[in-house]
Structures are given as structure tokens and as C-alpha cells.
Design a protein around this ligand. Structure first.
Ligand code: UD1
Ligand code: UDP
Length: 363
């Protein structure tokens, strides 16, 4: 059995790493958990709920002023921890600044690096920014590339990664749904104006921050137009820039802005949602599994599998494009059914076991 170090710092990283930690522990590995602290409240709530004891919390957000600070402060702390612990393998997930710092920490100390959710690409370094660059840099130095789909495997192969370093295992977010989805569930959000169908929205991408006025004005217009039959709920990101604009613009009485939801609530509310509007990455993977149509508020996606399967539609941040897409899906049942009945292309919920089996099989 091995000494495995898991490094994460944001909400989505934890959500997708948690099932891998559970599997690693159940197979008898020693697990060292490192939280960079990039996300404070949004992550700490989750750690508490899932009873994960963090061995090292770098608490970097306090002194951070942007992505260079996040990356350098995290790397500084991670380097010391790797030197003290000497793990056999360091795991990072995805494409955040914490991911990049964790990967560099492993590489600089000659420790094997495993990258979960490897090979997602838009090939546009500005979208998502800085995530596309982060994940390409991590792929350059990773020893194990755990790709969720054949498309991501193909991306890595075409960049020259060795074939025997790539494993297609599905996305661990599907494993996570097994821990969160409840057969019976109630929540005050579902009970609010219950006769109206729920539209759930989230917005947080850095490249969308300049578009927030138009985006929120458009959504407010949609809320007013469909006031009689629909309600919009927006669990809002902690970013103060987003909060200020949202509170100013989203004023229709059938829009409710709420604090970020813990993931058990969020996943179960998603399941009872009619439509999702989002620029999130993880939600694009969860929604197909739950049969919920998603209009992606971005011009490009690293998850083309969901678009091909039919659950996701890229609508960008342009007003007319969003309004046209919402109209089509809310007013045309055949279009709605096409999206909600598409099948999930992101795996069968056994990714974590495959990942840990592969790591433990290696001499
Ligand atoms: C980060 C990741 C992004 C990921 C997202 C998931 C980077 C560069 N970006 O973006 O890839 O999709 O997390 O949500 O790594 N804040 C708090 N408390 C929190 C979290 C955030 O106050 O718990 C505020 C802080 O003011 C912070 C701001 O939100 O400065 C932005 O947070 P940051 O982690 O820099 O970027 P995200 O947009 O969350
Ligand atoms: N999520 C959550 N509570 C919320 C909103 C989202 O738990 O209020 C979950 C969601 O189910 C998904 C993840 O957070 O698993 C996505 O995080 P985010 O959109 O912040 O980041 P991204 O996936 O874009 O990197």
C-alpha cells in the first residue's frame, strides 16, 4: 500500500477528489490531505459535512490578491509539506491555481504526479482563463493522466503524452453523486412558490466578469417574461464583484439569490430543477447524469461530450442568444425532451476505484 497525498483548494476539486480519497483509504493506503485554503467558506463547509480531516491547511486566501498570489503562496507551502512527508504519489484535480501549485510541488520534488480529470481542452488560453493554461501545464508534467473520456484521451495523445500514461476512467463527479443524491428530499427552495418550475443558475467564471451587466440584465428580463410559471434560484459565488452586480440587477420578484448551497443540497435541488443556466464546469457533468438540460453561459466548453450527447447547449453571454435558447426550451416540449433524455457521457460511477486500482497495481 502507498502513501498518497491529495492536494486541493476549491469546492469543485474537493467534490471530485472526495470519492478517490474514500476509495484510497478503503484499499488501505495512507492518505495525507492538503488544503491550500483557496476557497474558505465554500470548502470548509464541505470538509465538515464529509468529515474529512485535513492534515495541512495552508490558509492562503487571507494573503491572496489574485491568481499569482494564490499559485505562489500555495506552492511555497506545498513544497515544504512534500519534503516532510515524501509521498509516493501526489494527486491533483482539474485546472485551478491550487492544482497547478500542487503539480509543480510534486514535479520539483521528483514525486510521481497523478492528474484527475486530465485532458479537458478548449485550446483557447483565454477561455477559461487561467484554467486552460493551468491544465495544459499540468499535463506536461503528470505521470498518471486520468482522463474522463476518449475525447480527453485523444487530446493528450495529440499533445504527445505517452499512451501508457493515460487511463480513461470516467469522471469522479459521477461517483460523488452516489454519496449525495437522496431518494426523498425536501428543501425550502423547492417549497418556495411550488407551483412554479425551478430554473437554477450559477455564474462565476473570471472571463465572464466583464459581461456581468448584460448577463444579469438578460436573466432578469427572462425572469419577468416567465414570471407566472417559473422561478429562478441563484446560489451565488462568494466573489464580492459578482455579489454586488447580482444584487443590483436581479430584482425580479421570482428571482431568489441565496448563499452557496452545500453540495448535498445542491445536487438534490438540481435533480428537481427544470432547467439550468450556468458557466460552471462541474455542473455540465452532473446535469446529464440527472437528466437536466443546461444552457452553458460560455462561448466554448471543454466538455464537448455533453453538447454531443444533447444535454448541454452553448449559448454564450450574448443577450439574444440566451433569450432565444431559453424560449426554445421552455416553449417547445420536443426540444426540452431531447435535452432532458440525452444520456450521460461521463462514466458509470466507478472512476475512483479504477484510479486507485491503477495506482496500487504499479510497483
Ligand atoms: C476558482 C478557480 C476556478 C474554479 C472555481 C470554482 C482559479 C484561478 N480559479 O475560481 O477554476 O472553477 O474556483 O468555484 O483557481 N471567495 C471567498 N470565499 C470562498 C471562495 C471565494 O471569499 O470560499 C472570494 C474571494 O474574494 C476571492 C474570489 O471569491 O478573491 C474569487 O475566488 P478565486 O478562488 O480566486 O476564484 P474563483 O472564481 O472561485
Ligand atoms: N455546487 C455546490 N453548491 C453551489 C453551487 C455549486 O455544491 O451552490 C457544486 C456543483 O454541484 C459542482 C461544483 O460545485 O459540483 C461546481 O463548482 P463551481 O461551479 O464553483 O466550479 P467549476 O466546476 O466551474 O470549476
Amino acid at each position: 500500500m502507498k502513501k498518497l497525498m491529495f492536494i486541493f483548494g476549491t469546492r469543485p476539486e474537493f467534490i471530485k477528489v472526495y470519492p478517490v480519497i474514500v476509495e484510497a483509504k478503503s484499499q488501505g493506503n495512507e492518505c495525507i490531505i492538503v488544503n491550500t485554503g483557496q476557497h474558505l467558506e465554500m470548502l470548509n463547509e464541505l470538509l465538515e459535512y464529509f468529515q474529512i480531516t485535513v492534515d495541512y491547511d495552508l490558509k492562503i486566501m487571507k494573503e491572496c490578491n489574485g491568481i499569482s498570489d494564490i499559485t505562489s503562496n500555495a506552492l511555497h507551502g506545498i513544497d515544504k509539506i512534500i519534503k516532510v512527508e515524501s509521498p509516493d504519489v501526489v494527486f491533483v484535480h482539474g485546472d485551478t491555481s491550487s492544482t497547478l501549485a500542487g503539480a509543480l510541488g510534486a514535479f520539483n520534488n521528483n514525486v510521481k504526479l497523478a492528474h484527475i480529470e486530465a485532458g479537458l481542452r478548449t485550446y483557447n488560453l483565454q477561455a477559461p482563463f487561467p484554467e486552460e493554461a493551468n491544465r495544459q501545464m499540468v499535463s506536461l508534467i503528470a505521470d498518471y493522466n486520468f482522463a474522463p473520456t476518449e475525447t480527453s484521451r485523444y487530446n493528450l495523445l495529440s499533445e504527445g503524452k505517452k499512451i501508457d500514461s493515460i487511463y480513461v476512467v470516467g469522471n469522479t463527479v459521477i461517483d460523488m453523486l452516489r454519496y449525495t443524491i437522496k431518494p426523498s428530499f425536501t428543501h425550502s427552495i423547492l417549497e418556495w412558490e411550488p407551483e412554479k418550475k425551478l430554473i437554477l443558475m450559477t455564474v462565476h467564471r473570471r472571463e465572464n466578469l466583464n459581461e456581468l451587466d448584460e448577463l444579469f440584465e438578460t436573466i432578469n428580463e427572462i425572469a419577468i417574461k416567465y414570471h407566472n410559471n417559473y422561478k429562478i434560484v441563484y446560489p451565488i459565488h462568494r466573489n464580492p464583484e459578482i455579489r454586488k452586480k447580482a444584487n443590483e440587477i436581479l430584482t425580479s420578484s421570482n428571482v431568489k439569490i441565496v448563499e452557496p448551497l452545500d453540495t448535498v443540497n445542491f445536487h438534490n435541488i438540481m435533480k428537481h430543477t427544470h432547467l439550468i443556466l450556468t458557466d460552471s464546469g462541474g455542473i455540465q457533468e452532473e446535469a446529464p447524469s440527472l437528466g437536466i438540460p443546461v444552457l452553458v453561459l460560455r462561448d466554448t466548453t471543454e466538455r464537448p461530450e455533453g453538447v454531443k450527447a444533447g444535454t448541454l447547449r452553448l449559448v454564450g453571454t450574448d443577450k439574444n442568444s440566451i433569450i432565444d435558447a431559453v424560449e426554445l426550451i421552455l416553449e417547445n416540449q420536443i426540444e426540452y425532451n431531447k435535452m432532458s433524455e440525452a444520456s450521460n457521457p461521463f462514466g458509470n460511477g466507478a472512476s475512483s476505484k479504477q484510479i486507485i486500482d491503477i495506482i496500487n497495481d504499479e510497483k
